[in-house]
Design a protein around this ligand. Structure first.
Ligand code: NBG
Length: 999
């Protein structure tokens, strides 16, 4: 034991005098007194600020013997034991892995609560402008390793658990992976929270606490099956329910005028949204921000006791179920009207509860004098995609109906407060809600939306004038928030009114009807005529009246951003081009990023240690630009061999994962490639064993991803991959040269294993289709080389890592329109190799299934689900050629390792820290604000830098019995990308729209 500094010894003595008696060892030191003692000491400026942090750890002893310090890990062990006994979730006689996980998490949570409270108290005191990130999805992943990593306590927890007979890794592996999100958009939200906390920005996330996360994927012989993911089954140790923070949320009802002449929304159905807080710790900072998730319940008193007692049990509990089901699942199926209403209820719950909370906080922090004009100077609301767009009418409603502001004031304040991020360029994937449904569910909001639409119409009319009615009509059609809805009466005459009568698509009836006949007479006459003639007429219904949420978000927000340079350009030149002409300054780019903590430092400790050793500091975790220093060592043999060894260790972990999840044994020396190549298999089969060995580098092609439950085509792809795997993986002629693995139930934890182990990964979306992609960033950071198209963030990754370190193929975004036209005109001639592969699949080599729907999607020149919309046939030859370059490069391990190092070295731009700084400066106008305590005179203590380490509450040893988880539509033919469920969702929306199903 090293000698203690004098101050530490003194503090040790102070602590010992606090012990109550000779039996002190058995008497718990109250955590509060220990904590306050530590805090008091910390405040005395005995230690220089930075050093203080570390010394604190060594003085938090609870031993009675002044000479024997309890180490950090001993304190941690004691805290874990305390929780296992005093906040138990399991029976006392056993202490097994699940119990160890919960007790460990509770012990970490103590620390997080201390920091959360300090952060909250600090923001309340300083009242900075705060950003609120509203998202229907947060794909948090497991929290334990991340939390102890951010607190700098990985070692202490590792040792503590060892002393209790456990490995930190296995304990962390017990945690359910909360999938409160689908993919990229939700994971981005979670990366942003990590960066916000780490960079000390005043910010919170708001979302919904879904009872069931994204489904559990089970792979059977029939393909994918889904099971509910009950992530809360054993409770969630990270959340803190705030029973005193709840808000009423209303649905249905009607709008009336109050006695003060103001509108009132009354009646209907009320539910209560209750806050559950999830502390989000920053890395090496005390700042711990909040993810507030809402859960819904019925107001107390809604349980109908008399019905219950009269035996009508289900009826009695109906209100309870109606309220609770709002937060049951992420993305409830919305094909039925009930499903649609439920999803709209979810979106409104998020917006209403969050805004009521934000407004209440603004009022509290304003003290006695609320000045609403200051609201946008204290609050920034970011809408993650269109899902939280109801924030706009809801904030208007609160400001006007509840706070008494005029329309003009409320509108100005709302616009200055909210901003919108667009995550997709597919116009058909932009959310629309049925006006009829919205009128029923949210009548007051529809009034507000109608007024916003009317003001927009006025703006469009003054912009384009009435001289050219066709142009005006076109602009109104494209830009209005309300679709297929008559113009507001004030503008009824600006253009010729659209026909309101139902149209008749006639097959055999005479087209020359008397124009004076009214619609009803025409329909009646025609039906009679058809009945007599035995002819079937098709009645085209009136187009449904819809609310276009993206248009509302663009109009109501002060900023609109895309998520990668190319995507933001497409947003400007295509998706919202008409709005850019009106408000050019609104539109921005914010290229996505990912947190280097979770996505290198914690998921890839081997590589992280190497980086730290070669750069000479661990600062790169916070300042990723330091990664560039690796460039100068890219050819160094020592670095190269360490680099390869780290990759190998990560690959070995994946070998075990694959064995455990699929039963397949794969060769860790083969290239780990997230892709599949049937073409490769076919060519291999045509060769002799020795030719084959010479021509191909051994590869393990790994897939993961979930197909949306109702998206049939995506499910076919999953089934196809597993069929291909079972043929190839059992082919003795092929052996280790090619393996095709589908890892079931892909989620954040699986990604944390796969990404560090991958050597090549495929990001091969048709150019212009993928907004950004974020897994491409994670792969590149972990020294994986990308093969991809010039799409989304690939473009910027290639620029950063150098074109010679990126395998590029395929058509460019600006060629796509012409290529589709060429195809539609029947002029496209596919490469013979492409035809060969389709034949091969159809030949039955992968089982009895002929995959007609999949192959069919690549054939023909027109029709929904046909004509190779994603241009797989077009890009195929350049893809195959590019793969040959990949094989050649991999054979030269020196060159490959250099490329790998240069990928990591060039990935600094893709830290979400960079993205968050940009949002903070360009959109939210918030400032970094590091926690400071006040000195005796009430002034901020200049010496007081927030400590990176929290207080771990120590408890005396308790005697316990320590017995000791873009694709292109089909692509497969050419080789696929990691199947992104998110992408599937977009595709699914397309598909639904193709089937005339809209939100
Ligand atoms: C997805 C895009 C991805 C992008 C993420 C995060 C949706 C609607 N879009 O390319 O497909 O990386 O958003 O921005 O989920």
């Amino acid at each position: 034991m090293t000698r203690l500094p004098r101050e530490t010894e003194k503090l040790q003595r102070e602590m010992d005098t606090m012990r109550i008696s000779a039996g002190a060892e058995k008497i718990p030191v109250k955590c509060n007194s220990l904590s306050s003692l530590v805090t008091r000491r910390w405040r005395t400026k005995t230690f220089p600020a930075r050093i203080r942090t570390w010394r604190l750890l060594s003085v938090k002893s609870i031993s009675t013997n002044p000479k024997t310090l309890v180490t950090d890990s001993e304190q941690v062990a004691s805290s874990i034991k305390h929780h296992s006994e005093f906040t138990p979730l399991f029976s006392p006689e056993k202490f097994e892995l699940p119990k160890a996980f919960f007790a460990t998490a509770q012990s970490v949570r103590d620390a997080l609560i201390v920091n959360w409270n300090a952060t909250y108290e600090y923001y309340n005191r300083v009242n900075p402008k705060q950003a609120y990130y509203l998202s229907m999805e947060f794909l948090q992943g497991r929290a334990l390793s991340n939390a102890v990593g951010n607190l700098g306590l990985t070692g202490a927890y590792g040792d503590a658990l060892k002393s209790l007979g456990f490995e930190l890794e296995s304990v962390a592996g017990q945690e359910p992976d909360p999938a409160l999100g689908n993919g990229g958009l939700g994971r981005l939200a979670s990366c942003f929270l990590d960066s916000l906390a780490t960079l000390n920005y005043p910010a919170w996330g708001y979302g919904l606490r879904y009872k069931y996360g994204l489904f559990k994927q089970i792979i059977t012989k029939d393909g994918q099956e889904e099971a509910a993911e009950d992530w809360l089954e054993l409770s969630n140790p990270w959340e803190i329910v705030r029973n005193d923070v709840s808000y009423p949320v209303k649905f249905y009802g009607k709008v009336v005028f109050g006695s003060d002449g103001k509108k009132r929304w009354i009646g209907g159905e009320d539910v209560v949204a209750v806050a559950y807080d999830v502390p989000i710790p920053g890395y090496k900072t005390k700042t711990t921000i909040n993810l507030r998730l809402w859960s819904t319940k019925a107001p107390s008193g809604d349980f109908d006791l008399s019905s219950y007692n009269s035996g009508k049990h289900t009826e009695a509990a109906e209100a309870l179920f109606n309220a609770e089901k709002i937060c049951y699942v992420l993305y409830p199926g919305d094909e039925s009207d009930e499903g649609k209403a439920l999803r709209l209820k979810q979106q409104y719950t998020l917006c209403s509860a969050s805004l009521q909370d934000i407004v209440a906080r603004f009022e509290t922090r304003s003290g006695g004098s609320v000045n609403w004009e200051e609201f946008p100077e204290k609050v920034a609301v970011q809408m993650n995609d269109t899902h939280p767009t109801l924030c706009i009418p809801e904030l208007m409603r609160i400001l006007m109906d509840l706070k008494g502001l005029s329309w003009e004031d409320a509108w100005r304040i709302t616009q200055r407060t909210v901003a919108y991020t667009n995550h997709t360029v597919l116009p058909e994937a932009l959310e629309k809600w049925s006006l009829e449904l919205m009128e029923k569910l949210l009548p007051r909001h529809v009034e507000i939306i109608e007024k916003i639409d009317e003001e927009l119409v006025s703006t469009i009319v003054s912009e384009y004038g009435t001289e050219n009615p066709d142009l005006l009509k076109e602009k109104l059609k494209a830009m209005r928030i309300l679709e297929n809805v008559e113009l507001p009466s004030a503008f009824a005459d600006v253009i010729v009114k659209p026909e309101s009568k139902p149209a008749i698509a006639e097959k055999t009836v005479d087209q020359t009807k008397d124009s004076k006949e009214d619609a009803q007479t025409v329909v009646k006459k025609e039906v009679e005529e058809e009945e007599t003639a035995g002819v079937i007429a098709e009645v085209i219904p009136e187009p449904p009246k819809m609310v276009r949420m993206a248009n509302l978000a663009v109009v109501g927000g002060h900023a609109v951003n895309g998520v990668a340079e190319i995507h933001s350009e497409i947003v400007k030149t295509d998706v919202f081009n008409d709005f850019v002409k009106l408000w050019p300054d609104k539109f921005q780019n914010k290229t996505n990023g990912v947190t280097p903590r979770r996505w290198i430092r914690f998921c890839n400790p081997y590589l992280s240690d190497i980086i730290t050793n070669w750069i000479g500091t661990e600062d790169w975790v916070l300042n990723t630009e330091k990664l560039a220093e690796l460039r100068k060592f890219a050819d160094d043999e020592d670095l190269q061999s360490e680099w390869r060894a780290a990759k190998k260790k990560n690959k070995l972990k994946v070998v075990s994962l694959i064995k455990e999840r699929t039963g397949y044994t794969v060769n860790p020396d083969a290239m780990f490639d997230i892709q599949i190549k049937l073409y490769r298999y076919k060519k291999m089969k045509e060769m002799s064993a020795s030719e084959r060995k010479k021509a191909f580098v051994p590869r393990v092609c790994i897939f993961g991803g979930k197909a949306f439950a109702t998206y049939v085509q995506a499910k076919r792809i999953v089934k196809f991959i597993t069929d291909v795997g079972s043929t190839i993986n059992h082919d003795p002629e092929i052996g280790d040269l090619l393996k095709v693995i589908f890892v079931p139930d892909y989620n954040v934890s699986v990604a944390e294993l796969l990404i560090p182990a991958s050597e090549l990964s495929q990001h091969i979306s048709t150019a212009g289709m993928e907004a950004s992609g974020t897994s491409n960033m994670k792969f590149s950071m972990n020294g994986c080389i990308l093969i991809g198209t010039l799409d989304g963030a690939n473009v910027e990754i290639r620029e950063e890592v150098g074109e010679e370190n990126f395998f590029l193929f395929g058509a460019k975004a600006d060629e796509i329109v012409d290529l589709r036209k060429e195809r539609a005109e029947g002029k496209f001639v596919p490469d013979p190799s492409f035809e060969e592969v389709k034949q091969f699949v159809r030949s039955g080599v992968f089982g009895s299934n002929k995959y007609d729907e999949l192959i069919g999607s690549l054939e023909g020149n027109e029709g929904f689900g046909r004509a190779d919309y994603f241009l797989v046939g077009k890009d195929f030859p350049s893809y195959v050629e590019c793969q040959e370059k990949v094989d050649k490069a991999y054979r030269d391990q020196k060159r490959w390792t250099r490329m790998s190092i240069l990928n990591t070295a060039g990935s600094s731009k893709f830290s979400s820290d960079r993205t968050i700084h940009e949002y903070a400066k360009d959109i939210w106008n918030i400032k970094q604000s590091t926690l400071q305590r006040l000195d005796a005179s009430g002034q901020p203590d200049p010496d007081d830098i927030a400590p990176m380490v929290c207080e771990v509450f120590a408890w005396p040893h308790l005697e316990l019995d320590n017995t000791h988880n873009s694709c292109r539509m089909l692509v497969i033919i050419a080789g696929v990308t990691l199947l992104s469920s998110l992408h599937f969702t977009s595709q699914r929306r397309r598909q639904c729209l193709g089937n005339n199903i809209t939100y």
